[in-house]
Design a protein around this ligand. Sequence first.
Ligand code: SAH
Length: 262
Amino acid sequence: MKSACGTVYLVGAGPGAPDLLTLRAARLLERADIVFFDALVNPEVVALAAKAEKIAVGKRCGKHSTAQRFINKRLIDAAQRVATVVRLKGGDPMLFGRAQEEIDALHDAGVVVEIVPGITAALAACADLKISFTQRGVSRNVALVTPRIGAGKDPSEWIKAVCNADSAAIYMAAGQAQALSAGLLAAGMPAETAVLLVENASLPNTHRIRSNLVELPRAAAQLGDGPAIILLGAAFAHADVALQFDSATGAVALSALAMGHR
Ligand code: SAH
């Protein structure tokens, strides 16, 4: 095998807003020779890689998917040709991002790998909402889970994890709200458990819905087709005002709009 000369950087692109990218990520993008990016990565972030060849490899649920093994091979091939290969992933690369498959394949091929963390969707959503994920006396532990499992993999213990956590963030789950709600109710979680759905966290078109466990399927049906995260637990029970994106400041500001149970 031809020996690799390049380094592959698995880089977190953050939740969407381009200015939530780390400085390290921005600098790497500027000098990248090739960028492989996922579907959820904001095009404005990809555009920071001014001189790089840009290759879309991402997938959205139910949409076009590029096989993971093929992505691994393309990363290895790229590292044999150029010095700086960036693999851009939404949020943080190490959280529900298939990073380990890529790290292992690159190690096996003798390619140097570096990881650049990013802001994960759950924490971007908490920031938008101005609700702390952990709160003294309310939430001392958190669970980051997804009910999605790879084909042929063992079922996940995500229900147990959510039931045992004070606060939970459920990724890749808005499309399975009915099963999710039924599973947690059957496991004994109270019907009135507070739930917040946040679509497009950190972006101007963010959409938030307050709900509870039993009403979750109805609430989820109101989401658009952007990525959405489900936040659950007592910490999220007191979001009794809508929080709206302020285009003047670029920040999420409190508004007087009552959110209600939609
Ligand atoms: N590595 C990513 C998660 C990838 S899994 C991270 O750390 O955030 C993809 C899931 O992340 C989506 O199905 C959704 O649940 C969540 N997600 C990603 N971006 C989001 C956003 N801007 N707002 C809400 N949820 C988001």
